[in-house]
Design a protein around this ligand. Structure first.
Ligand SMILES: Nc1nc2c(ncn2[C@@H]2O[C@H](COP(=O)(O)OP(=O)(O)OP(=O)(O)O)[C@@H](O)[C@H]2O)c(=O)[nH]1
Ligand SMILES: [Mg+2]
Length: 359
């Protein structure tokens, strides 16, 4: 993104005000994870969403003034806007607007390294863009070739734009399908060789990559930043001289649009086909409970029930809890409290993995 100085607008329903601070904080973390400079930020309590502009006129007036005073380049609305709301807001506030999905797509775009990752982000972005063309930009709605001889009669720019995007989407889907075939072949070989597969899933920043590194002695990027991991890593894990395969995956976040989840289908398939799913939770985060629910929601969307007995909950960052009185030997067998950073509880976790998956 070229824009640097942003204004974070966090609209929340007054009836959900108890969630406000946590979600506002997350909006800031999202912005910082892509190097945007937060020049200004404010949350706006509303009774109900205005279908045309999300917020009410008074709020918009306030935002417009602050945009001018603080010379804002971009306003980040921490909610998902309909294409019409986005267009109306840009007109009224007279500034570029990005919504939550838009920002997450920017972050994903900046992080994707592998060919597949890039294709998946591209697919999600095009789908998002396509939805934005629906009754959206007026300049795209004008007729192409006034006399009607450039395009077919009545063909509008918006239709041709949409057609182009659809063609691009289909091309990308084909490419992803080819990669997916290779992935399936690998999976088939692993299954044939009976190497059990363990995947790490969890909310973004919960410590999946840190745990991955701890268990496999590797150095995948683990960073205090949302969506540090976009491309999944795979590595061999050896416990009591038995081999397992450990997979680190992209983190989840609340309100992930279905489109985005669908675009990452082949990555998420790794979870579906695994033998054990470690759900890594950040116990030190005040929002830990809601974060876990969001993860469960995404898992359900890809067809994994919350009662699936392959799921083991791993309560990470135990070192950050104030009263961390448990000793390694006293940990409840069912609940795994660990610290991926200092190694607390890791031995028990390894034992559990082994017990669950030994031949
Ligand atoms: N204190 C403490 N910090 C931890 C622990 N585990 C991870 N962290 C920190 O939490 C931050 C996020 O860790 P990551 O391993 O990158 O988290 P992730 O779940 O892979 O995040 P994404 O890839 O962004 O979804 C990093 O700053 C880690 O150092 C832990 O047990 N204790
Ligand atoms: Mg990670």
């Amino acid at each position: 993104m070229n824009e640097k100085e942003i204004f974070i607008v966090h609209p929340y329903l007054k009836k959900n005000r108890f969630q406000r601070d946590k979600q506002f904080k997350e909006a800031k973390q999202l912005s910082l994870s892509i190097n945007l400079e937060i020049k200004d930020s404010k949350s706006f309590g509303i009774e109900k969403v205005n279908p045309k502009t999300f917020l009410n006129d008074g709020n918009l007036d306030f935002i417009r003034k602050r945009v001018i005073i603080n010379q804002i380049d971009l306003v980040f609305f921490n909610c998902n806007l309909s294409p019409i709301q986005q267009r109306n807001l840009e007109k009224t506030i007279n500034c570029k607007i990005i919504d939550r999905t838009g920002l997450i797509l920017e972050i994903f775009g900046a992080r994707a390294k592998s060919n597949e990752g890039k294709l998946q982000v591209n697919l999600a972005s095009l789908q998002y863009q396509k939805s934005r063309l629906v009754r959206s930009w007026t300049h795209l709605e004008r007729q192409r070739g006034g006399a009607g001889f450039m395009g077919g009669p009545g063909e509008s720019q918006i239709e041709s734009d949409r057609r182009q995007i659809t063609e691009q989407i289909n091309r990308i889907k084909k490419k992803i399908l080819t990669i997916d075939k290779t992935r399936r072949l690998h999976r088939y070989r692993r299954q044939k060789n009976r190497i059990p597969i363990i995947t790490l899933v969890g909310y973004t920043n919960s410590g999946k990559s840190t745990l991955f590194n701890n268990l496999t002695n590797s150095s995948t990027l683990a960073k205090n930043m949302l969506f540090a991991t976009l491309d999944s890593s795979i590595k061999k894990l050896n416990i009591n001289s038995q081999n397992f395969i450990l997979i680190d995956t992209v983190g989840f976040i609340r309100d992930l649009p279905t489109n985005l989840i669908a675009a990452f289908k082949s990555t998420l398939d790794e979870i579906i086909f695994s033998d054990l799913i470690l759900h890594v939770r950040d116990v030190s985060d005040k929002d830990s409970h809601n974060q876990a629910n969001e993860v469960v929601k995404v898992l359900e969307e890809i067809g994994i029930n919350s009662c699936d007995d392959r799921i083991i909950e791993v309560f990470n960052k135990y070192d950050l809890l104030e009263n961390n009185l448990l000793t390694d030997s006293k940990i409840n067998q069912k609940k795994h409290f660990i610290s991926a950073i200092n190694g607390f509880g890791i031995k028990k976790l390894r034992d559990t993995i082994y017990k669950n998956l030994k031949k």
